[in-house]
Write a protein that binds this ligand. Sequence first.
Ligand code: ZN
Length: 263
Amino acid sequence: MALIALVALAAAPVLDGVAEQGGVLRGTLPAGAAQLTLDGRPVAVAGDGRFIIGFGRDAPAAATLGWSSVGTPQALSIAIAPRQWRIQSLPTLPPSPVPDAEFEARRPAELARIAAARAVIGSGDGWRHGFAAPVSGPVTGVYGSQRILAGIPSAPHAGLDFGVAAGTPVRAPADGTVGLADGPFTLEGNLVMIDHGMGLVTAYLHLSRIDVRPGDQVRAGQTIGLVGATGRATGPHLHWGASWTDVRIDPELLLAKALPDGR
Ligand SMILES: [Zn+2]
């Protein structure tokens, strides 16, 4: 009995981090384990057994990590902590922009390019490390916040906004490979997306200038462009987005060091 229990324990992946909505967990798959899945979907694992998984804003209370140990299927339930989102209810709809024919024509191709950049499972190592904020400045919009306009919920805010001046350098938060660097996109404006490996991708929107090209290797701290107000933006700011595979995660939870008080 004791031996069986020991074998079972030794075969479980070791997880580090906090499982919460919008967050990521890193872990190590034990030797002899393979075919890692999260809720049945395959998860990439590095040569040394390390991996990363992410949870969306509306992730349910539990997820199941599956793997195979010497051919035997194994599973582990992960409890995902819920978070409180900033919800703002407005009684009336704001005047909505008239759908524009040019937007309707351009948008499907833009979305396809963004989805393709997000779908990359790169082999870089940036995902292993704590990230640094791409700019320092006040946070003017948080991940997960949502407005309910005349009873109709709008799409939750999928990133972190920094209210910083136009022309402020935007720095890569971790090592990576530039997947997309182009614009202006109709909503995102001039957009850079960086693949940090293993499905972890970050995005930088509304830039006034792009300083990198697709395929460039960037190092943590390297300037990738300048803050601007291109695309749909009411003023200069940086919208920083992050995703793991097709799951939008909270970039703030990637930071090695919490943002300063007052942010
Ligand atoms: Zn934003």
